[in-house]
Design a protein around this ligand. Structure first.
Ligand SMILES: *Cc1c(COP(=O)(O)O)cnc(C)c1O
Length: 511
């Protein structure tokens, strides 16, 4: 990889490093500090006559070092940066386990209504009754969908919701005086990394359960791990192999028999919503990713929302604050320890992400109960359609139907000299963001594809055609198309390890 004059790596395929750092119509773009300069300004101000400065000794004596750009230059900078993002509004986004679905513009419009967008968390309660009512209606929908007893709206992401559920479980165990003896949390091998991380952060020991040959919990090993020191099991259903755990009820019953709790990772609720109630599966706590199931935007780490539903025996430990309807019909905010003496505390300063609540409720209300059920059916149908179209040319990790995502291993790449990573990079040249790779870990060289219900038959076919064409190309020995990919992106393969280990977070003049 070569360097251009500003020290930025340039793509080897950009033709003339002095004039263009782009490829075709994709412009490479430097930092604001690199494209602007300190001796430039975007505005012309008249020189001031006869005015005395009132700054005294506060007057600046040296330059701020901030660069100047004109308005069109500034606009181009940010528009070019925006074009570096692949987005759900740009094309199909096959990332498995992430549920990248369309965010309806109606929801965006409603979230921007001043009555929701401009409320302040410290406003008098009488002035935010509408916002509180919306939160209560959202809670009603979530409880109706899951059949659970209470819901904490404040967690701000799936992982934060896991934390909420495990803190409630921890508080329940502490209330029984068993905190010293119940230390073990069972986590299947196929779990999202956040599950063991959450259990560890809550002070538990992790005990891994391997998957069986079908990608599901190995029941024999599971039974052998039961004991009175088991605090909980954290299980994802459908699991991250895109499969329904058929023994889930038995797993729940056995954990309960030994005095433990069942935490269900509900990130994949979009596959079963309206088809079964998680309460009937024996769940004690489960987070719901509004930014997955209920189509609110994934926000680059925030703002997300991970409401967590709790069973009757965990409800008293739910975090503050929450909304309660008083006898006079007015909505009240329960936010003090005296009002909820067993609450484990607070997850965040206020209620959580209001904008996400509005978007999620708008999505629910515009679909209705039957529509939400169809969302799950279509999500599962779309994944199975892709699986069916691809299964003879890629290698499905497991036999049979899938739920909301289709999982392949890398055996179709055996002896080709092409890896899962190469295959995914080649997809970039075809205009698609790669699928999830190398996850779940239980499958060798995994490729996990989740189309979601919002893709049309036409876009599924275009994606499947592309995947099939790539698979054919691998088999005909076109190795470099893969090992050199992406060939058409402004930047090609980055040293991601170096970027993660030694990130350059500060721009310096002499970089
Ligand atoms: C997305 C996901 C999470 C984490 O959710 P965040 O909102 O990203 O914190 C947890 N578990 C599973 C199975 C997921 O897919």
């Amino acid at each position: 990889m070569s360097m251009n004059k500003t020290g930025r790596p340039t793509s080897p395929n950009s033709s003339n490093s002095n004039t263009s750092f782009g490829s075709a119509l994709l412009q490479d773009e430097g930092l604001l500090y690199e494209v602007g300069s300190i001796d430039k300004t975007g505005v012309d101000l008249e020189k001031l006559n006869d005015t005395k400065t009132r700054l005294g000794d506060m007057e600046r004596t040296k330059t701020t070092g901030l660069v100047g750009l004109s308005e069109p230059e500034t606009l181009r900078h940010y528009v070019r940066l925006s074009q570096k993002n692949y987005a759900i509004d740009l094309g199909l986004y096959p990332l498995g386990s992430c549920t990248m679905k369309h965010n309806p513009r109606l929801n965006e419009k409603l979230a921007r209504l001043p009555g929701f967008a401009d409320v302040h968390p410290l406003q008098p309660l009488s002035t935010v009754q509408g916002a509180l009512q919306l939160m209560q209606e959202l809670s009603d929908w979530l409880l109706q969908i899951t059949g659970m007893d209470s819901v904490a709206l404040s967690p701000k992401a799936g992982a934060h919701g896991e934390m909420c559920g495990m803190m409630a479980i921890r508080a329940a165990i502490a209330a029984k005086g068993e905190l010293q003896t119940r230390k073990r949390v069972l986590v299947p091998e196929s779990a999202h990394g956040t599950n063991p991380a959450t259990a560890a952060a809550c002070g538990f020991d992790i005990d891994e359960i391997p998957a069986n040959a079908n990608g599901q919990v190995d029941m024999e090993v599971f039974r052998s791990k039961l004991g009175n020191d088991v605090a909980a099991i954290m299980l994802t259903n459908p699991n991250t192999c895109g499969l329904f755990e058929p023994d889930i009820k038995e797993i729940a019953d056995l954990v309960h028999e030994y005095g433990g709790y069942f935490y269900c990772d509900g990130a994949n609720l979009n596959a079963i919503m309206g088809k079964c109630k998680v309460r009937d599966l024996g769940v004690d706590a489960m987070h719901i990713n509004l930014h997955k199931t209920f189509s609110t935007p994934h926000g680059g780490g925030g703002p997300g929302a991970g409401p967590t539903v709790l069973s009757a025996r965990l409800s008293e430990f739910a975090p503050l604050p929450f909304v309660r309807k008083n006898d006079d019909g007015k909505l009240d905010m329960i936010e003090h320890d005296e009002q909820a003496p067993n609450s484990f505390g607070r997850m965040c300063a206020f209620h959580g992400q209001m904008g996400m609540f509005v978007r999620a409720l708008a999505y629910m209300m515009s679909h209705g109960g039957d529509g939400l059920q169809q969302v799950s059916e279509d999500a599962v149908l779309n994944a199975n359609y892709l699986l069916a179209r691809l299964k003879n040319h890629l290698s499905p990790a497991f036999e049979g139907h899938c739920m909301h995502e289709a999982l392949f291993d890398d055996s179709f790449l055996a002896d080709t000299g092409v890896t899962t990573l190469d295959f995914a990079k080649a997809l970039i040249d075809e205009g698609y963001h790669p699928m999830t790779m190398y996850f779940p870990l239980v499958v060798h060289g995994a490729l996990l594809v989740e189309p979601t219900e919002t893709e049309s038959l036409q876009s599924l076919d275009e994606f499947a055609d592309t995947m099939l064409e790539l698979a054919k190309s691998v088999k005909s020995g076109e190795v470099e198309r893969f090992t050199e990919a992406p060939l058409k992106a402004p930047l090609r393969r980055l040293d991601e390890t170096l970027a993660a280990r030694k990130p350059v977070l500060r721009w310096t003049q002499d970089l």
